[in-house]
Design a protein around this ligand. Structure first.
Ligand code: NAP
Length: 321
């Protein structure tokens, strides 16, 4: 198949492009900048330059490269550190999820692309009531904290636009929180934060998170090309959803830090905001049962417990060097 990966140079793209090529696909990868064209070539793909918020540039990229399938991995999250102002940090990403999705889908439709796969998120986006582990049939949060409202709306917009598209047929992959190469988790900056005990455990830490190694996210995406069902959404997460009260202390131990400081929810609200308190105390994780069943995919890193340890041993060795 001839596949265009929009956003080929990000955390997912850097894993996905080589996996697609290894699976026998011909790949076109997009970037906004000429500086990253060589990186795309080195992965074995054909580069195309386009800003996802420029409808004409996106149309030209699609028409000039004639893909059969488009995989949208465009987000603008590099350098995002201040999650206290969450909606502000995600503003351009949210534009990509709304306007950008419209531009790319419209170009895909006009150019006769048959399948369109888009990136979404699995985690705090789910409703905070009911089951601790959510399936794709469960509702997204009907009343998110104010600071997450616009981001959730943009995610819902993307999911609705993609899954309601018949031509091209649309599939949405809700990736869990990434770790592994080129992700922020276990980056030098993150390790420093944990070592300096700047990531506190708020409230009881009962919020549940789903993680996914970024190589596994890419492998699920390759599987969705052949086996994903049109109009469907899949949680792409590992087998081991866990409360913050488990994964944050485990992470601290792995990087040689002392146990995270405990902060009561009221204090967390003052310093971090309602939304970050909610992410530590209330949010729900996701089940990968549907992706395992329908995509015939399974994570090579079934639990973040071993996955973090694997990544941390490399990262701390680098840190010490
Ligand atoms: N599920 C998750 O946990 C999740 C999901 C996404 C990201 N993240 C995290 O966010 C951090 C940054 O992510 P990332 O490395 O993937 O980088 P990123 O800055 O989010 O960029 C991702 C891709 O989108 C492209 N892009 C960005 N803005 C664009 C625009 N306006 N038009 C067209 N393309 C655009 C980038 O291309 P160019 O820069 O080459 O133009 C890149 O290929 C990482 O720590 C990652 O783990 C986490």
């Amino acid at each position: 198949m001839r596949i265009l990966v929009a956003g080929a140079t990000g955390a997912v793209g850097l894993q996905l492009v080589p996996q697609l090529i290894a699976a026998g696909h011909a790949v076109v990868g997009t970037t906004r900048t000429a500086a990253k064209v060589e990186l795309i070539r080195r992965m074995g793909a054909e580069p195309a330059i386009a800003n996802g918020l420029d409808a004409q540039a996106i149309r030209t990229a699609v028409f000039s490269t004639k893909p059969e399938i488009i995989i949208d991995q465009m987000t603008d999250l590099a350098g995002v550190t201040d999650l206290r102002h969450f909606d502000r940090a995600f503003a351009t990403t949210n534009k990509l999820r709304t306007e950008g999705t419209d531009f790319l889908l419209a170009a895909a439709r006009e150019a006769g692309v048959t399948r369109f796969i888009a990136q979404s998120f699995c985690g705090w986006t789910y409703g905070r009531g009911g089951e601790a582990i959510k399936t794709e049939a469960d509702a997204l949060d009907p009343d998110p904290p104010e600071e997450l409202r616009r981001t959730l709306q943009a995610i819902q917009y993307l999911e609705d636009a993609v899954t309601s598209s018949a031509s091209p047929e649309g599939i949405v992959l809700r990736y869990g929180s990434f770790y592994g190469p080129d992700t922020g988790m276990l980056s030098r900056a993150m390790i420093d934060q944990v070592r300096h005990r700047r990531v506190p455990l708020i409230g009881g830490g009962g919020g549940r998170w789903s993680f996914i190694h970024v190589e596994d996210a890419a492998a699920a995406t390759v599987a969705a090309i052949e086996r994903g069902k049109p109009g469907e959404i899949y949680n792409i997460v590992d087998d081991d959803p866990a409360p913050v009260s488990e994964w944050l202390p485990a992470l601290a131990t792995l990087v040689g830090a002392r146990t995270p400081i405990r902060v009561p929810a009221w204090l967390g609200r003052l310093f971090a905001g309602e939304h970050l308190v909610s992410m530590m105390t209330e949010v729900r994780a996701g089940s990968n049962a549907k992706a395992r069943r329908e995509l015939g995919w399974q994570p090579a890193h079934p639990s973040w417990r071993q996955g973090f340890a694997e990544v941390a041993s490399g990262a701390t060795a680098q840190h010490a060097a």
